[in-house]
Design a protein around this ligand. Sequence first.
Ligand SMILES: O=C(CO)COP(=O)(O)O
Length: 252
Amino acid sequence: MTRRKLVAGNWKMNGDRAALAELVAIAAAGAGAVDVAIAVPATLIAPAVALVPGFAIGGEDVHPAETGAHTGCLSAALLKEAGASFCIVGHSERRADCYETDAEVKAKAEALHRHAMRAILCVGETLAQRDAGQAEAVVTGQIAASLPEGAAADWLSIAYEPVWAIGTGRTPTVADVAAMHGAIRAKLRALIGAEADAMRILYGGSVTAENAAALLHAGDVDGALVGGASLTAAKFVPIVAAAGQRILSRSP
Ligand SMILES: O=C(CO)COP(=O)(O)O
């Protein structure tokens, strides 16, 4: 099955209104054979959408409830009203900083689906878990416990982001990435059957213009979730270009 690649950016708590100018060239790069999307801090969603209408701008977190006494939180409806078409859920920084559980991540994804928004659900192991030989069990366990009801490829993507590869300049080997994505695909098949073959599984963690071609064309890798290198068009657009290239021959 051919899956169209998705290269998504995650600005985290970076960027400001001036930085939104980068989105003009980034949005133009998304007009080709690769889907492109950028998640920005919530206060930047509306001005970003105004600047690049029609381009996929997303949030970085959502509260599972519809409304209520949740000071400082944002519902899917609020994100959508601001112009977001998708949202990241379960990023490891939120699992660590905000103690988010798999059950909460699942509820957040379901809230997005109720509002016809797309979701990128993040999973990934820590270095200690990898060193202990538990990486696959941890990641497939997160998938089993946080996969939302009604999970389907037209609104949900998975992002495999090893915690130790985020912002560190370290990445797993291409073989390790392919093995983990294969394990995630197998787990998805067990949970949702043939729909799993249409679902995009992104890799995230220190993706750069230099390593993107190798990582993005590994087995079962359907795109990337990019942090630091998504903040400027100069760094991000070459990653989109790498996703669009077919590797016709490899050196021995
Ligand atoms: O966490 C990430 C994207 O969600 C990855 O961040 P970096 O690309 O900065 O390593």
